[in-house]
Design a protein around this ligand. Sequence first.
Ligand code: HEC
Ligand code: HEC
Length: 328
Amino acid sequence: MWKNMVGYSLLAVVSVAAAGFAYLYFRSPATAPPSNIKVDASSARIARGKYTYMLSDCDGCHSPANRQLYDNPPVEGLQAAGQIFPDPTAPGRIVVSNITPDRETGIGNWTDGEKIRAIREGISRDGHMLFPIMPYPYFRHMSDDDVQSLVAYLNTLPPVRNSLPATKVDFPVSLLVKGVPRPVTAAVKHPDRSNKQLYGEYLATLGSCETCHTQEERGQIVVSKRFGGGRRFGIGDQVVVSANISPDKQSGIGEWSLDRFQQRFYKHSKHARKPRVDADPEKFSIMPWDNLSQLPPEDLEALYIYLMSRLPIENKVESHPVETGGKG
Ligand code: HEC
Ligand code: HEC
């Protein structure tokens, strides 16, 4: 997902004044024991898990990126090996974990239940909470089937030995995030695919579309402007601003046909993982185009139907501002 960004927008941050400082200080994040499930490792499961891994762009954070190529794919041999989150504005040293099956430096010794708990509930193996740049507030909606398939896929990744330091979150953010983890206590059923709008919402949730496509204030997305775009991201001197994907007719995608929406994704396939050149026709972006262009047409249709059902937000966005010399 974001290769660089201020990610703590997911914080369901409780106001310190309201909750009481001492309460927060002494409070421990909510946890529940992991299940003792052993996931089915059939090839159908693994294939579905690979799809979710791609939709949710686990590589975007967990794999060091090769920025010489389009779409910043993982550096060869380092897929899922983890890295220090490359955002100087992050509140502390946020370390994206090695999630390969390496037994010493990755999650090779974890049970499947522990992996599922980390992904959906934000609790690491030893019981400490994960910083919510890791999108577990969204992943908690991942169906039981999908999270099990995802773990079946993770278990097939080549182990990579890559030892990383621990995350250290600055005060007071470290306090404010304590309320974010929440156990998943009931079964999460897979949404009915024939209800396209609902299925589209599910895909948009796992793809964290709103995180990037909504403006944020003080580390939280502005809910009333959901999908209105306008969030800025920068890596070095390159800047990109997220597009308005709400159904506003002038500034959003309200006039787009389904075909135009789908082609906006599919036209990326021809550049995928090719060397980036200065005359880059698609310019610099952190939008996970390569991943999302692999979605089948019916899944893009579901996303389209869902986005079209949202509130139109009037907000004209220049995704590649000229201040960056046109390289965007
Ligand atoms: C936006 C960035 C981001 C994305 C996308 C992301 N993660 Fe993470 N993930 C993190 C960060 C950061 C941590 C470590 C947080 C900490 O140390 O407090 C983490 C931690 C984890 C852990 C816990 C590992 C440990 O040692 O405690 C697992 C498991 C995990 N992620 C799996 C996944 C999977 C699977 C996906 C895709 C479905 C994914 N993550 C997508 C940022 C991300
Ligand atoms: C990591 C951040 C990020 C995530 C996650 C993300 N986007 Fe984007 N998206 C962007 C940025 C930045 C742009 C503008 C630059 C560009 O077009 O590449 C963009 C552009 C787009 C566009 C083009 C709009 C236009 O006017 O041309 C569409 C459509 C889109 N995103 C849909 C989605 C959907 C659907 C999802 C979720 C499945 C999603 N995006 C997830 C960052 C993101």
